[in-house]
Design a protein around this ligand. Structure first.
Ligand SMILES: [Zn+2]
Length: 876
């Protein structure tokens, strides 16, 4: 574990490397506890650098020997400390170092560098894992050509995979064999990978548009090949889509994906050899839900798209992380929107953005999309860099229009190919191709916090004068007390009371193609001679990552819910109405009074039940989450009152529209066998939301249907949805179903993860004891990140009322786990700790208890930089 914690890395301190690396020959002889790495590295002085001594990064390495141009160096020729190897009297010319290091993959519990997972060897090098394999210039702006020779015992490993194309393979004496991989594309060290083990393969091929035949392979645990078909299908669709949508073609002869079961992240885009958390590869109708299939499709696409946005063009330094991540998330969102329902995809993405990024942006961990400084880069793989980063690209497209956006992208892909680039270079491509000034827009990368845009309408019925006043403001965030006005594209339309869209031209202010650009602190749109005040449909499609404060009347909301041609705003009208009821009910509940819900909401919702887009209707029926409501309340939050308010509205809704829901549930039943396509997935999601509302609104009917569905379902989506409904209701039926599920899937860790998460999310006081009991379940392991996230992570981040228990027991439990996990896997520990990020918004008693738990973590002697960084910022 690294102990120094004072080191702060700042963007302004960036200096070009003094040395560059031309080629790397890595010879890896795999052994459980004694893997030998011989790295032969060609260095040359960087013309843009200062020369001087060569200082290499290293972490937890045992050096066996070091040679310069083939001559062994005595130990006094270099110095090794905890993080570096410094070569004294470095020759000021090109030279070659041969570095021999010894690794213990079996002891690597951090899962960074080279490690063992389920008997196989694999690597994770982003962000700074390569320095745990050999001493290196481990920074993204040092790009080199890699050749990897892998040697392993045949009986231990049938598969030897590296980056690039396989150029050689064969047998060696005494039962060993080897393979040599060569990657002709210069790349930074974080994209290095190797995988060695006994794995099954599902193969395919793809012909690129210029006629390159690419051999595709998905490697999984032997015996699970029949669960890899969907991933392969998603990969082929991704490759085709990227050629059509962005002109990006694949550039090697092979593309391999390996699924591993111990993985800190979702997946990793190593050149030609993507390594995936098996959760995002393996799927079969019996074991995966529709949501799993959609995630697999999105993540396979995301990692593949990195081949251009991330690998061919990489980041100059880690401050530019959004250059590859924001852009690639935008690309995968567009891919999924094209493959599925665009409206539903947008709604789902905005839900995620609001629940994760908006929460981050308004709390102690807020930071700009491109941070100015960091202590531990692992902690900046955040919703802000990823999700808000993607929103910036989306706004850029809205501001420029689709044609100029594509021209700018083409320019970027051509101009920056083969380089380690910056945000400035990216923006310059759009400036040069469109002729637009984007200086002001670029502020989005620098300024943290979610802008609030408040909109006030005034209408004079005598003169028909209609004025819309827009004003923007952003609250201070850590390190940024004063905020400037941002460029905010607001997509706008007007409806009449019958819901028909009106074509209005402003007398003052500009509306370009239905977009109003607010780029000052305040501005007006003025219209004259209107017969009546129009219904203002603002922020259509969620055209900017802002909070819109617009006092829409209930009547106008109902018009939009029924008629708005923008599906996002139809959904938003329902959400806005529900949110208003939920906030009011939370207050009522806290004051001990009886909650009351305006029946017009249920009435309006009942009218949309017969629409055609089932997935969309399911989104309308899904109420804002507890954390959404807490975020809207903003301060002095009582999580129990929030939970009860949400339960109350679901009950009222389920009761009020119980009959149409029953009918819908029956109509949507199908005899067809399961397919994961968007249409049938949409119908299942609607049917299952209906079941959930029925079970709470009309329990005697709904729970019976849930039990029946659980027993008869032929796919995991329906079976698990029924189990989730039962899990929300105390009683014998729940415990019987939970036990049956565990027995049925006892040998299937990914399915058991769902079972862990479900129980950790039950919003009742007994849940903490249940979670503690489940930690002793044979299927649980503190060492596996997926298990930890599914049980502890789900409790901490997905069960607000129980994590924030009034007696503080939730905080005590999670803080102990964080301290414990930090000793073996700091990255995962820091993630779990992130659940405390909203502690300051709680009511005073809980706030005090959360602070005590946080201080107990902060007071530990030997915290990793990961956890120390998060706990310090959370308490600041
Ligand atoms: Zn990514």
């Amino acid at each position: 574990m690294r102990l120094d914690t004072s080191r702060v890395i700042r963007l302004v301190d960036y200096k070009a490397p003094d040395w560059l690396i031309e080629t790397v020959h890595l010879d890896a002889t795999l052994d459980d506890t004694r893997t030998r790495i011989v790295a032969t590295i060609q260095f040359k002085p960087n013309p843009k650098g200062m020369g001087g001594a060569l200082v290499l990064d290293g972490d937890d390495l045992v050096l066996e020997s070091l040679a310069l141009d083939g001559v062994q160096l005595p130990t006094f020729a270099y110095t090794i400390d905890r993080h570096t190897l410094t070569l004294h009297d470095t020759p000021q010319r090109a030279f070659t170092l041969t570095i021999v290091t010894l690794l213990d993959p079996a002891a690597n519990s951090q899962l960074m560098g080279l490690y063992r997972s389920s008997g196989n060897y694999c690597t994770q090098c982003e962000a700074e894992g390569f320095r745990r394999i050999t001493f290196f210039l481990d920074r993204p702006d040092v790009m080199a050509v890699y050749t990897t020779r892998i040697v392993a015992k045949k009986e231990e490993a049938s598969v030897l995979l590296g980056n690039g194309n396989r150029v050689e393979a064969g047998d060696l004496p005494n039962g060993w064999h080897y393979a040599v991989w060569h990657d002709p594309h210069p790349k930074p060290s974080y994209l290095f990978a190797l995988v060695v083990g006994k794995l099954g393969k599902v193969g395919g091929s793809f012909m690129t548009r210029s006629g390159r035949n690419v051999e595709l392979g998905i490697y999984v645990e032997s015996g699970k090949e029949n669960r890899a078909g969907y991933a392969l299908d998603a990969l082929i669709r991704s490759m085709k889509w990227d050629e059509e949508a962005f002109g990006c073609e694949y550039d090697l002869d092979v593309f391999n994906i390996v699924a591993v079961s111990d993985f800190n992240m979702g997946a990793m885009e190593n050149k030609g050899l993507n390594i995936f958390n098996d959760k995002y590869v393996l799927a079969s109708p019996e074991t995966a839900t529709d949501a799993d299939y959609a995630n697999i499709e999105a993540i396979i696409a995301h990692e593949y798209f990195h081949n251009w946005t991330g690998n061919r063009i990489t980041c100059r330094d880690w401050f530019q992380l959004c250059l590859k991540e924001g852009l690639t998330v935008f690309r995968d969102q567009e891919f999924s929107a094209d493959q599925r329902s665009r409206a539903v995809k947008r709604i789902a993405d905005v839900r995620t953005l609001r629940s994760q990024q908006f929460t981050e942006d308004s709390g102690p961990l807020a930071h700009p999309v491109r941070p100015f400084e960091y202590r531990e880069i692992n902690n900046f793989y955040t919703p802000t860099v990823y999700e808000k980063g993607a929103e910036l690209i989306r706004m850029l497209k809205t501001l420029l229009g689709a044609d100029d956006f594509r021209k700018g992208m083409d320019e970027y892909l051509a101009r920056c190919d083969g380089t380690a680039a910056t945000i400035e270079e990216f923006i310059a491509c759009f400036v040069d191709t469109s002729g637009r000034d984007l200086t002001h827009f670029a502020r989005w990368y620098e300024q943290a916090g979610t802008p609030l845009v408040s909109v006030t309408e005034t209408f004079d019925s005598e003169s028909g004068h209609y004025r819309i006043h827009f004003a923007q403001s952003t609250k201070p965030t850590p390190g940024q007390p004063d905020k400037q006005a941002m460029v905010i594209p607001l997509a706008i339309a007007f409806l009449n009371k019958q819901g028909l869209e009106l074509k209005l031209t402003p007398k003052t202010g500009q509306l370009d193609d239905h977009v109003f650009v607010l780029d000052t602190e305040s501005a007006d749109l003025v219209f004259e001679h209107l017969d009546e005040k129009p219904v203002l449909s603002a922020l259509r499609g969620f055209s900017a990552p802002i909070v819109l404060e617009l006092d829409t009347s209930d009547d106008d909301r109902l018009v939009m819910l029924a008629h708005d041609t923008d599906p996002f705003n139809r959904w938003q009208a329902a959400q806005g109405f529900a949110m208003k009821l939920l906030k009011a009910a939370s207050i009522t509940r806290r004051e001990g009074r009886e909650m009351h819900f305006d029946p017009r909401f249920a009435e309006a919702v009942s009218h949309v039940l017969n629409g055609k887009d089932h997935a969309f209707i399911a989104q309308i029926l899904a109420l804002p989450s507890e954390s959404d409501i807490a975020r809207e309340i903003g301060d002095n939050v009582d999580p129990d009152a929030v939970r009860d308010a949400r339960l109350g509205l679901r009950r009222a809704l389920g009761h009020h529209i119980g009959q149409p829901l029953q009918l819908l549930y029956a109509t949507l039943e199908t005899k067809e066998s399961y397919r994961p396509d968007p249409q049938s997935a949409g119908s299942r999601s609607l049917r299952n939301v209906a079941l959930d509302l029925l079970a709470i609104g009309m329990p005697e009917i709904g729970l019976r249907l849930a039990e029946q569905q659980y027993r008869t379902a032929d796919n995991m989506t329906d079976r698990f949805a029924a189990l989730a409904v039962l899990a929300q209701h105390r009683g014998e039926a729940r415990e019987i179903a939970l036990e049956h599920f565990a027995n049925t899937f006892e040998n299937d860790p990914l399915v058991l993860d769902k079972w862990f998460s479900l129980q950790a999310s039950i919003p009742e006081l007994e849940t903490l004891d249940r979670v503690k009991r489940l930690m002793a379940h044979p299927g649980f392991s503190m060492k596996n990140p997926n298990r930890l996230r599914s049980l502890i992570g789900a409790f901490a981040a997905g069960n607000p009322s129980q994590f924030n228990r009034a007696d503080g027991a939730g905080y005590d439990f999670v803080s102990e786990i964080v301290i414990d996990t930090d000793r073996s896997n700091p990255q995962v520990a820091a993630r779990i700790l992130g659940a405390f990020k909203t502690w300051r918004t709680l009511e005073p008693d809980r706030r005090a208890l959360a602070e005590t738990a946080l201080r107990r973590i902060a007071d530990q002697d030997q915290l990793s930089p990961d956890v120390l960084d998060i706990v310090t910022r959370t308490l600041a």
